[in-house]
Design a protein around this ligand. Structure first.
Ligand code: HEM
Length: 526
């Protein structure tokens, strides 16, 4: 067969073949030449000038000069750990995913938690959503669930994502504010984007300032599909439930912690794992069929909506345990590449227009961020199951196809891998019909009902925190009209909340309620 070169098993620096020796070893250049003096450049005479001939100095400095790679365009600040996933309840009736066929199946996992808006060096306790990205190294390939700690998203369509992110990141002229939502541009965008109000309620709630990564839930957000061996499909939503429970801090605490220890969350995760107090989450699924999906008065393809757990209970099917810190932050946490399109047989996408856009975006950005198409050769991104394909060359190619054949079909005796019509991934043959168009379906038009449900599900104390957060954040907006436009949405959610925020901002009268804006939704054009 056309075996590719064997890869190191280790997810760290590169395993046996590339492992640098450490303890007490002789210092060498990257070419392996022993170094005699690592403190002084080669000079002409005792006082210089320095000589170009000093290959050790040039190599050391050139390498240093190239140490930085672009930070992630979003979720730049993150912290990763290794662990495992174990199936606790097999669900072969729902999915043919190999991992979920039998109780007790166990695979390695890598998880990266992150803030969304801040740069790589920003503080951990910003008010923000948190990324909760999980890579499961299954026996049928890598399965990534690239989720957040909030079950819904700001926007319904990927087309809006670059604008959303521009608005939340530092303003291009002044380069502030960083890593916080107290931001004219952000609130300006939000005030014009009513579909964001549901997630705004969540980010202004205690969920926006988790006590640590260990005390957060995780959500796949989008509706995905499970497909079983008979080819039958169900819709599925993924949930990670922390065994540690759910905890947040108060804003005053967050501000203080950020000042005293901006690394609070990463220190917490590192410390807990090093102490043997391994954090654990249950994997839960909400499963429903097409007919049930049709009974909702919103579209299950709309990522600004969740499926109420009262309607579809969460069924626990597995556990995720983080039991090992990384060997090297850059090699693993910085270079790990998650992607929504990394799914395995038995799982499939839906037509959620946000998910479809994400499937395109992650691979594209990673080819740039990680310097070319070969980032799956980096141990943390490589599958841990057998793999064989004909992709070759490009920058940093380390595992080119072995032998003569690098194309298919071929007639060579040892001609390499072949597609597997029976066991390989097949797309669920969902029927597609209709005209090409840009407008969203009418069911995407209700932007406030679930925002209201969320607000009303909170205790009185928690509701107070939401009001306080809105008053604080909006009071940082310099432009009065923006404050008013945001507040004008609130009566559509809850009149008491609206009044409290309006009073808190010192408005003489409540701004006129904003008519629900129904942009580009079928039948309701602006
Ligand atoms: C990271 C795009 C929505 C969760 C990223 C990155 C991009 C991106 C380009 C950087 C990836 C990298 O450099 O490796 C998008 C687009 C979206 C979208 C275009 C909508 C159209 C979402 C949603 C979620 C999410 C809805 C949550 C369900 C994450 C997470 C990361 C991330 C967790 C960080 C992964 C890591 O830790 O490396 N996203 N995103 N994104 N995104 Fe999204």
């Amino acid at each position: 067969s056309n075996e590719t070169t064997e890869r190191p098993e280790k997810t760290g620096q590169g395993g046996e073949t590339h492992q640098q020796s450490s303890d007490g070893a002789r210092l060498t250049t990257a070419q392996g030449v022993p170094v005699s003096d690592n403190q002084n450049t080669l000079k002409a005479g005792p006082r210089g000038p320095a000589l170009l001939e000093d290959f050790h100095f040039r190599e050391k400095m050139f390498h240093f000069d190239h140490e930085r790679i672009p930070e992630r365009v979003v979720h730049a600040r993150g912290y990763g750990a290794r662990g495992y996933f174990e199936t606790t309840d097999a669900i072969p009736e729902l999915t043919s995913a190999h991992l979920l066929q039998e109780k007790g199946r166990k695979v390695p996992a890598f998880v990266r938690f992150s803030t969304v808006a801040g740069n790589k060096g920003s503080m951990d306790l910003a008010r923000d959503a948190r990324g909760f990205a999980v890579k499961l190294y299954t026996e049928e390939g890598n399965w990534d669930i690239v989720g957040n700690n909030i079950p819904v998203f700001f926007i319904q369509d990927a087309m809006k994502f670059p604008d959303l992110v521009h608005s939340v990141k530092e303003a291009p002229d002044r380069a502030f504010p960083q890593a916080q939502s107290a931001h004219d541009n952000f609130w300006d965008f939000i005030s014009l984007m009513p579909e964001a109000m549901h997630m705004v309620m969540w980010t202004m709630s205690d969920r926006g300032i988790p006590r640590s990564f260990r005390f957060m839930e995780g959500f796949g957000v989008h509706t995905f599909r499970f497909v079983n061996a008979e080819g039958e499909s169900h819709f599925v939503k993924f949930h990670w439930k922390p065994k540690q429970g759910l905890q947040s801090v108060l804003w005053d605490e967050a501000v203080k912690i950020n000042g005293a220890d901006p690394d609070f969350h990463r220190r917490d995760l590192w410390g807990a794992i090093q102490a043997g107090d391994f954090p654990e989450w249950e994997l839960g699924v909400q499963v429903f069929d097409d007919a049930f999906a049709d009974t909702f008065d919103f579209d299950v393809l709309d990522a600004t909506k969740l499926i109420p757990e009262e309607d579809v209970p969460v069924r626990i099917i597995g556990r995720l345990v983080l039991d090992s810190v990384v060997d090297n932050f850059f090699a693993e946490t910085e270079q790990v590449a998650f992607c929504t399109q990394n799914i395995v047989p038995g799982v499939d996408f839906t037509n959620d227009p946000l998910l479809q856009g994400r499937n395109f975006s992650y691979l594209d950005t990673q080819i740039k961020r990680l310097g070319g198409p070969n980032f799956t050769h980096i141990p943390v991104n490589a599958p841990k199951c057998p793999f064989a394909h004909f992709q070759q060359d490009g920058h940093m190619a380390m595992y080119n196809p072995a032998g003569r054949a690098n194309y298919e079909p071929n007639s060579w005796k040892d001609g390499g891998p072949r597609a597997d019509a029976e066991g390989g991934f097949t797309t669920y043959p969902e029927a597609i019909e209709g005209e090409k168009r840009k407008v969203r379906a009418e069911l995407f038009a209700d932007h406030y009902s679930q925002a209201r449900q969320f607000y009303q599900s909170q205790t009185e104390v928690e509701q107070g925190h939401i009001a306080d957060a809105l008053i604080f954040e909006l009071s940082k907006c310099e432009v009065l009209d923006i404050r008013k436009r945001v507040v004008a949405h609130l009566p559509n959610i809850d009149t008491d909340l609206a009044q409290t925020v309006s009073d808190g901002l010192g408005f003489d009268e409540m701004p006129e309620p904003d008519a629900p804006r129904r942009d580009m939704v079928e039948g309701l054009k602006p």
